[in-house]
Design a protein around this ligand. Structure first.
Ligand code: PLP
Length: 287
């Protein structure tokens, strides 16, 4: 059965959804996106993802094409039509398709934005093998643009980073700028030392992860100590634990960085505990 996707007001089989070759998402990466995870048919941290979407659009002088209620309606309708229990919903808004290529933004009064949503089914997402084994990462220079706080579809370098990791026999890459880790290629990065959770503070240098916000809140509520500051690869290699967070990986342990085992080289206590708390709490508020 073909997946049903949403395109500019219509629900269509994926094979029939068509976007213009002049779409600025395609030609200029002039687009923002969100990914909301789905567990047991519920959207996790939906309000957070919608708030970040609004912020990303605003930072790029794009209007939010739909209301929060309509976004929710579309998400739910796609889950229903595609019978999704576990997985995610991807959404993308582009500045639309003028009738030619031009660096200048088109007039938003004349050119409607392109809105695309589709589901991804991932049965058993909670019990993914990497959560039990942990993942191995390499470090690479962070050569992305200076507005990483905006969730744009410019994902070529993160994609290259994953390929570099794969070529090195690892799972992912941590990005390093001026000697400090910014974040993972598609996730936020953390270390744990003497029970304290350390992760880079929010700025334009990293994406403000929705999972990050939730996990740090739950950690503080559970009396765990949190310090938001940059750390180096050497500090990470000497840490007791390391982990990442994202809407698709939740909390996933990191067991090796650039060939050096972290702690015992197996997932420690803090990351699995935070993962369990994250599921428990966010399932309560899933909609
Ligand atoms: N950092 C980057 C660069 C990302 O691409 C992502 C997710 O795609 C994250 C962090 C994690 O954000 P979230 O927890 O909202 O998925």
């Amino acid at each position: 059965m073909a997946r049903i996707v949403y395109l500019n007001g219509d629900y269509l089989p994926e094979t029939e959804a068509r976007v213009s070759i002049f779409d600025r998402g395609f030609l200029m990466a002039d687009a923002v996106y969100e990914v909301t995870s789905v567990l047991g048919g519920k959207l996790i941290d939906f309000d957070g993802h919608m708030a970040r979407l609004a912020r990303s659009l605003g930072e790029l002088d794009m209007a939010n094409p739909l209301t929060q209620e309509t976004w929710l309606e579309i998400h739910r309708e796609l889950l229903r039509r595609n019978d999704i229990s576990d997985g995610g919903v991807y959404l993308q808004v582009t500045r639309g398709a003028p009738n030619d290529r031009d660096f200048v933004f088109p007039d938003p009064e004349k050119i409607p934005q392109t809105v695309v949503l589709f589901t991804q089914s991932k049965p058993g997402l909670i019990d993914s093998p990497s959560a039990k084994t942990g993942i191995r990462v390499i470090s690479i220079p962070d050569i992305r643009w200076g507005r990483r706080d905006i969730k744009t579809v410019q994902l070529l370098y993160p994609s290259m980073g994953k390929m570099m990791a794969k070529a090195a026999g690892c799972d992912d890459a941590w990005l390093v700028e001026d000697g400090f880790v910014t974040e993972g290629s598609s996730n936020n990065a953390y270390i744990v030392k003497d029970g304290k959770i350390i992760t880079r503070d929010l700025s334009r240098d990293i994406l403000h992860g929705i999972t990050r916000a939730a996990v740090l809140r739950f950690a503080r509520e559970s009396q765990m100590e949190v310090e938001e500051r940059p750390f180096t690869i050497a500090e990470a290699q000497a840490a007791d634990e390391a982990f990442i967070t994202s809407a698709t990986m939740f909390v996933t342990p990191v067991i090796e960085i650039d060939g050096t085992a972290i702690g015992t080289g197996t997932p420690g206590n803090v990351a699995p505990r935070l993962r369990a708390i994250y599921f428990e709490e966010s399932l309560k508020t899933g909609i």
